[in-house]
Design a binder for this molecule. Structure first.
Ligand SMILES: [Fe+2]
Length: 210
Protein backbone atom coordinates (compact mmCIF):
# COMPACT_ATOMS: atom_id res chain seq x y z
CA UNK A 1 0.00 0.00 0.00
CA UNK A 2 1.29 3.42 -0.86
CA UNK A 3 1.34 5.84 2.02
CA UNK A 4 -0.94 8.33 0.28
CA UNK A 5 -3.50 5.62 -0.50
CA UNK A 6 -4.91 4.45 2.82
CA UNK A 7 -7.24 1.46 3.04
CA UNK A 8 -10.91 2.26 2.67
CA UNK A 9 -13.75 0.70 4.61
CA UNK A 10 -15.69 -1.65 2.34
CA UNK A 11 -19.47 -1.71 2.47
CA UNK A 12 -21.56 -4.83 2.98
CA UNK A 13 -25.34 -5.23 2.74
CA UNK A 14 -26.06 -7.71 5.48
CA UNK A 15 -29.36 -6.67 7.05
CA UNK A 16 -31.89 -9.49 7.16
CA UNK A 17 -29.55 -12.35 8.06
CA UNK A 18 -31.13 -15.37 9.74
CA UNK A 19 -30.39 -15.57 13.45
CA UNK A 20 -27.90 -12.66 13.39
CA UNK A 21 -29.69 -9.40 14.11
CA UNK A 22 -29.28 -6.15 12.19
CA UNK A 23 -28.12 -4.60 15.46
CA UNK A 24 -25.29 -7.12 15.70
CA UNK A 25 -24.38 -6.53 12.05
CA UNK A 26 -24.27 -2.75 12.55
CA UNK A 27 -22.17 -3.04 15.70
CA UNK A 28 -19.84 -5.45 13.95
CA UNK A 29 -19.41 -3.27 10.87
CA UNK A 30 -18.49 -0.31 13.07
CA UNK A 31 -15.88 -2.44 14.83
CA UNK A 32 -14.49 -3.43 11.43
CA UNK A 33 -14.26 0.24 10.51
CA UNK A 34 -12.11 0.70 13.60
CA UNK A 35 -9.67 -1.91 12.32
CA UNK A 36 -9.36 -0.13 8.97
CA UNK A 37 -8.66 3.19 10.70
CA UNK A 38 -6.14 1.64 13.10
CA UNK A 39 -4.32 -0.10 10.24
CA UNK A 40 -3.98 3.20 8.39
CA UNK A 41 -2.81 5.05 11.51
CA UNK A 42 -0.19 2.41 12.31
CA UNK A 43 1.10 2.26 8.76
CA UNK A 44 1.41 6.05 8.78
CA UNK A 45 3.34 6.06 12.05
CA UNK A 46 5.66 3.29 10.87
CA UNK A 47 6.28 5.21 7.64
CA UNK A 48 7.31 8.22 9.73
CA UNK A 49 10.14 6.16 11.21
CA UNK A 50 11.36 5.29 7.72
CA UNK A 51 11.41 8.86 6.38
CA UNK A 52 15.05 9.42 7.26
CA UNK A 53 16.02 6.05 5.78
CA UNK A 54 16.89 4.33 9.04
CA UNK A 55 15.32 2.97 12.21
CA UNK A 56 17.70 4.08 14.97
CA UNK A 57 18.45 1.97 18.00
CA UNK A 58 16.47 4.33 20.24
CA UNK A 59 13.51 4.15 17.84
CA UNK A 60 13.47 0.36 17.79
CA UNK A 61 11.23 -0.28 20.86
CA UNK A 62 8.46 2.02 19.60
CA UNK A 63 8.88 0.76 16.03
CA UNK A 64 8.63 -2.85 17.26
CA UNK A 65 5.49 -2.22 19.29
CA UNK A 66 3.77 -0.47 16.39
CA UNK A 67 4.74 -3.30 14.04
CA UNK A 68 3.38 -5.95 16.43
CA UNK A 69 0.14 -4.03 16.77
CA UNK A 70 -0.04 -3.77 12.99
CA UNK A 71 -0.23 -7.58 12.79
CA UNK A 72 -3.29 -7.50 15.04
CA UNK A 73 -5.08 -4.62 13.31
CA UNK A 74 -4.17 -5.67 9.77
CA UNK A 75 -5.41 -9.24 10.22
CA UNK A 76 -8.48 -7.88 12.04
CA UNK A 77 -9.30 -5.77 8.98
CA UNK A 78 -8.71 -8.51 6.40
CA UNK A 79 -10.44 -11.35 8.28
CA UNK A 80 -13.53 -9.20 8.82
CA UNK A 81 -13.68 -8.48 5.08
CA UNK A 82 -13.53 -12.22 4.32
CA UNK A 83 -16.18 -12.88 6.99
CA UNK A 84 -18.69 -10.25 5.83
CA UNK A 85 -18.09 -11.17 2.22
CA UNK A 86 -18.96 -14.84 2.84
CA UNK A 87 -22.35 -13.96 4.37
CA UNK A 88 -25.59 -13.10 2.56
CA UNK A 89 -29.26 -12.69 3.49
CA UNK A 90 -30.07 -14.84 0.40
CA UNK A 91 -28.18 -17.96 1.45
CA UNK A 92 -28.80 -21.59 0.65
CA UNK A 93 -28.57 -24.07 3.52
CA UNK A 94 -25.61 -25.92 2.05
CA UNK A 95 -23.52 -25.86 -1.12
CA UNK A 96 -25.35 -27.32 -4.13
CA UNK A 97 -24.25 -30.55 -5.78
CA UNK A 98 -22.12 -28.77 -8.41
CA UNK A 99 -20.17 -26.71 -5.85
CA UNK A 100 -16.38 -26.65 -6.21
CA UNK A 101 -16.10 -26.22 -2.46
CA UNK A 102 -18.28 -29.29 -1.89
CA UNK A 103 -16.06 -31.41 -4.14
CA UNK A 104 -12.94 -30.19 -2.39
CA UNK A 105 -14.45 -30.77 1.09
CA UNK A 106 -15.29 -34.34 0.06
CA UNK A 107 -11.79 -34.89 -1.29
CA UNK A 108 -10.14 -33.41 1.81
CA UNK A 109 -12.40 -34.74 4.56
CA UNK A 110 -14.25 -37.68 3.06
CA UNK A 111 -17.56 -35.79 3.12
CA UNK A 112 -19.18 -32.40 3.60
CA UNK A 113 -20.73 -33.28 6.97
CA UNK A 114 -17.37 -34.39 8.30
CA UNK A 115 -15.79 -31.13 7.13
CA UNK A 116 -18.66 -29.19 8.75
CA UNK A 117 -18.28 -31.05 12.05
CA UNK A 118 -14.59 -30.19 12.11
CA UNK A 119 -15.15 -26.52 11.18
CA UNK A 120 -17.97 -26.10 13.73
CA UNK A 121 -15.90 -27.77 16.45
CA UNK A 122 -12.98 -25.43 15.75
CA UNK A 123 -15.48 -22.57 16.13
CA UNK A 124 -16.56 -23.87 19.55
CA UNK A 125 -13.05 -23.80 20.96
CA UNK A 126 -12.72 -21.68 24.07
CA UNK A 127 -11.19 -18.25 23.67
CA UNK A 128 -11.68 -15.41 21.23
CA UNK A 129 -10.67 -15.79 17.62
CA UNK A 130 -11.73 -17.23 14.33
CA UNK A 131 -12.49 -20.53 12.63
CA UNK A 132 -11.02 -20.45 9.15
CA UNK A 133 -11.17 -23.04 6.38
CA UNK A 134 -7.98 -22.58 4.40
CA UNK A 135 -7.04 -23.96 1.01
CA UNK A 136 -3.50 -25.00 0.20
CA UNK A 137 -2.83 -23.35 -3.19
CA UNK A 138 -0.34 -26.09 -4.08
CA UNK A 139 -2.82 -28.96 -4.17
CA UNK A 140 -6.25 -27.48 -3.39
CA UNK A 141 -6.62 -29.36 -0.11
CA UNK A 142 -8.83 -27.80 2.60
CA UNK A 143 -7.97 -27.68 6.30
CA UNK A 144 -9.73 -25.94 9.21
CA UNK A 145 -7.75 -23.83 11.66
CA UNK A 146 -8.20 -21.89 14.88
CA UNK A 147 -6.91 -18.31 14.77
CA UNK A 148 -6.25 -16.76 18.18
CA UNK A 149 -7.13 -13.03 18.28
CA UNK A 150 -6.59 -12.13 14.60
CA UNK A 151 -2.96 -12.88 13.94
CA UNK A 152 -1.94 -16.14 15.59
CA UNK A 153 -2.51 -19.32 13.61
CA UNK A 154 -2.88 -18.05 10.04
CA UNK A 155 -1.09 -20.50 7.76
CA UNK A 156 1.51 -18.81 5.55
CA UNK A 157 0.56 -18.88 1.89
CA UNK A 158 -2.79 -20.61 2.46
CA UNK A 159 -5.96 -18.91 1.24
CA UNK A 160 -9.01 -18.41 3.46
CA UNK A 161 -12.11 -19.83 1.73
CA UNK A 162 -14.60 -19.70 4.62
CA UNK A 163 -14.13 -17.40 7.60
CA UNK A 164 -16.21 -17.39 10.80
CA UNK A 165 -15.75 -14.78 13.51
CA UNK A 166 -16.19 -16.29 16.98
CA UNK A 167 -15.22 -13.28 19.04
CA UNK A 168 -18.13 -12.67 21.41
CA UNK A 169 -18.97 -9.33 19.77
CA UNK A 170 -20.07 -11.37 16.74
CA UNK A 171 -23.06 -12.81 18.64
CA UNK A 172 -23.38 -11.46 22.19
CA UNK A 173 -26.42 -9.29 21.41
CA UNK A 174 -28.23 -12.37 20.06
CA UNK A 175 -26.91 -15.28 22.15
CA UNK A 176 -25.23 -15.60 25.57
CA UNK A 177 -21.56 -16.67 25.52
CA UNK A 178 -22.52 -20.20 26.55
CA UNK A 179 -24.68 -20.55 23.40
CA UNK A 180 -21.97 -20.07 20.82
CA UNK A 181 -23.22 -23.21 19.09
CA UNK A 182 -26.49 -21.45 18.23
CA UNK A 183 -24.54 -18.61 16.64
CA UNK A 184 -22.57 -21.16 14.60
CA UNK A 185 -25.85 -22.72 13.41
CA UNK A 186 -27.03 -19.21 12.45
CA UNK A 187 -23.75 -18.56 10.64
CA UNK A 188 -24.34 -21.64 8.49
CA UNK A 189 -27.82 -20.35 7.60
CA UNK A 190 -26.20 -17.32 5.99
CA UNK A 191 -23.14 -18.59 4.13
CA UNK A 192 -22.73 -17.28 0.60
CA UNK A 193 -21.55 -20.51 -1.02
CA UNK A 194 -21.09 -18.76 -4.38
CA UNK A 195 -18.41 -16.57 -2.84
CA UNK A 196 -16.81 -19.61 -1.21
CA UNK A 197 -16.85 -21.44 -4.57
CA UNK A 198 -15.22 -18.48 -6.30
CA UNK A 199 -12.41 -18.48 -3.73
CA UNK A 200 -11.84 -22.20 -4.28
CA UNK A 201 -12.04 -21.94 -8.08
CA UNK A 202 -9.52 -19.09 -8.25
CA UNK A 203 -6.72 -21.37 -7.17
CA UNK A 204 -7.95 -24.25 -9.31
CA UNK A 205 -7.56 -22.03 -12.38
CA UNK A 206 -4.04 -21.08 -11.35
CA UNK A 207 -3.11 -24.75 -10.86
CA UNK A 208 -4.49 -25.65 -14.31
CA UNK A 209 -2.47 -22.84 -15.87
CA UNK A 210 0.77 -23.95 -14.17
FE1 LIG B 1 -15.41 -9.40 14.68
Amino acid sequence: MLQDQPYRTKSFNLHGLQGISDKTVDLHLSLYEGYVKATNVLQGRIADFLKDGTVDQEELPAYSELTRRLGFEYNGMILHEYYFDNLTPQASVKPDSTSSFLRQAEASFGGYERWKTDFSSVGKMRGVGWAVCFQDPADGRLTNHWITLHEHGNVAGFKPVLVMDVWEHAFLLDYPPSQRGQYIDAFFSNVNWRVVDRRVEGDAQLRRAA
